[in-house]
Design a binder for this molecule. Structure first.
Ligand code: NDP
Ligand code: BG6
Length: 513
């Protein structure tokens, strides 16, 4: 593996993708890894990136020589950055042991440089500071762009021209949104590729770093009992559900320009769908997996208006407490038509999935917080126990649920006999509840993704052709929604969302799980 990183951490034993030099050369040479968090003063950096870096340090996953730099316009000293991030570092792994010491050691490796995002000069200054900290012959540099998308290209230009590594690799992690339709996304890719090669760009979709999403392929391909059923002959429908029990609080400015379809469906849910539905890849190599995902996306029919229901939450009071409408957010215009909820029916036109509805549902300010994949199986043909189910045979079909969050679980709904002398049937769950089975806390998605980017493992990052295919599916619909000014169906904050979602499902003979 890379110098200083235990090889065991490369989970698949695949070769580390070293674009600039062969592994054999880098292996025994002392090197430094620097991680520059661009937009270090922001919300994501504080909430996710610094804590994930600390967790990796705590677990000894970072190389021996590493430094973390925060970069943003805000004026701050390194000491102030340390103060700021120390408030959000937690020891999820081992609360008792040497956490405080580890934190202090980690913070000593954190520095800050204040600069403009479009200033080559300021990135040259950063380069000097990085050089001061770099020891050994090789320096590898990772830039994490935790900034609004309109400044991605400026930063990439300045960083690649003035602060890329002279002798090791330079990689850039880009946060979504990657454009807002096919055209703007294509433009962003073209601009980034003026300065970076595709292998240097790590487009993050943090849902791919979630434990249960990673486990999807393990479940399918390492158990005999699932894969043979994974097709139109046995699966009636698949549901991909994302719901949050809070609104766009604090992020209305960003959200209003995107809406839930771009924020959640086009990326997080579609990525899960592609992994779910892909053919068996040739190997676990990133390119093999991503090739299969692209095939799925390209086999899908672009969404049409009749396949979709959009909603927006309205104000609501319950138990003496009042909940705001989406348009109560001061950064959101009063006449906004931006959907905060959407449900959609998608189809994959290939031999495996022909005719099987893949239903997506994503919403903010709903009654519950959860992300799930639900697989509803067909009826048992000529079921001997038909009459024991009463009239609702639909309720008796098997269902496999992967609960991505919260409270990770995989369970299979089965029918069994109620113990006793009579013959009554009951529905029960074969349940793998993670917290009951595993005592170790599950790492945050950002930890896995950062580690993968450091190791050069691209499996969980979005390749540019995947991105093109994903936008091609949603762009015509998004344009039509905007051009025809389709009004979202209002639903009360904290409710189950607009009833239209049920009609859409019913049209495809589906009942939401
Ligand atoms: P912020 O809005 O907090 O921005 C990060 C930093 O960028 C700010 O601290 C600010 O630093 C600088 N910045 C903000 N607005 C501008 C502007 N208009 N022009 C120049 N600089 C600006 O973003 P987040 O931290 O919330 O998110 C970062 C990225 O990650 C975004 O692309 C976002 O879409 C994405 N993302 C965020 C998630 C979240 O939960 N927050 C989840 C998923 C993705 P300074 O003023 O000091 O330069
Ligand atoms: C982000 C979206 O990508 O994912 C947010 O921009 C959303 O709107 C978030 O809240 C959900 O992520 P998680 O990991 O908290 O489910």
């Amino acid at each position: 593996g890379l110098a200083g990183i235990p090889p065991a951490k490369n989970h698949f034993g695949s070769q580390l993708g070293e674009e600039n030099f062969p592994i054999s050369q880098s292996e025994h040479v002392e090197s430094t890894l620097s991680i520059t968090v661009v937009g270090a003063s922001g919300d994501l950096a504080k909430k996710k990136i610094f804590p994930a870096l600390f967790a990796l340090y705590y677990e000894d996953c970072l190389p021996k020589n590493f430094v973390v730099f925060g970069y943003a316009r805000s004026k701050m000293t390194s000491e102030e950055l340390r103060n700021m991030i120390s408030k959000t570092l937690t020891c999820r792994i081992d609360k008792s042991a040497n956490c405080k010491d580890k934190m202090d050691q980690f913070l000593k490796r954190c520095f800050y440089h204040s600069g403009q995002y479009d200033s080559e000069e300021h990135f040259s200054e950063l380069d000097c500071k990085l050089k001061e900290k770099e020891v050994g012959k090789l320096s590898n540099r990772l830039f994490y762009l935790s900034i609004p998308p309109n400044i991605f290209v400026d930063v990439v230009r300045c960083a690649s021209l003035r602060a890329s590594s002279a002798n090791g690799w330079t990689r850039v992690i880009v946060e979504k949104p990657f454009g807002r339709d096919s055209e703007s996304s294509g433009e962003l890719t073209r601009c980034l590729k003026q300065y970076l090669a595709e292998e240097q760009i790590f487009r993050i979709d943090h849902y791919l770093g979630k434990e249960l999403v990673e486990n999807l392929s393990v479940l399918r391909f390492s158990n005999l009992v699932f894969e043979p059923l994974w097709c139109r002959n046995y699966i009636r429908n698949v549901q991909l559900i994302f719901s949050e029990d809070f609104g766009t609080e604090g992020r209305g400015g960003y959200f209003n320009n995107y809406g839930i379809i771009r924020d959640i469906m086009q990326n997080h849910l579609l990525q899960i769908l592609a992994l779910f539905a892909m053919e068996t890849p040739v190997s676990l190599d990133a390119e093999d997996i991503r090739n299969e995902k692209v095939k799925v996306l390209r086999s899908m029919r672009p969404l049409q208006l009749e396949d979709v229901v959009v909603g927006q939450y309205k104000g609501h009071s319950k138990g003496g407490k009042s909940y705001p409408a989406y348009i109560d957010d001061p950064t959101v215009p009063q006449d906004s038509l931006t959907p905060t909820f959407a449900a959609a029916a998608l189809f994959i036109n290939n031999a495996r999935w022909d005719g099987v509805p893949f239903l997506m549902k994503a919403g903010k300010a709903l009654h519950t917080k959860r992300a799930e994949i639900r697989v509803q199986f067909r009826h048992v043909p000529g079921n001997l126990y038909k009459r024991n189910f009463g009239t609702d045979l639909d309720k008796a079909t098997n269902e496999l649920v992967l609960r991505v969050q919260p409270d990770e679980a995989i369970y299979l709904k089965i029918n069994n006999k109620v113990p006793g002398l009579g013959m009554r049937l009951d529905r029960s769950d074969l349940n793998l509840l993670y917290r009951a089975r595993y005592t170790r806390e599950i790492p945050d998605a950002y930890e896995r993704l950062l580690l993968d980017a450091i190791e050069g493992e691209r499996r969980l990052f979005i390749r540019s052709d995947e991105l093109v295919a994903a936008w091609d599916l949603f762009t015509p619909l998004l344009n039509e929604l905007e051009e025809r000014k389709i009004a979202p169906e209002l639903y009360p904050y904290g409710s189950r969302g607009p009833v239209g979602a049920h009609y859409l499902a019913a049209k495809h003979n589906v009942r939401w799980g």
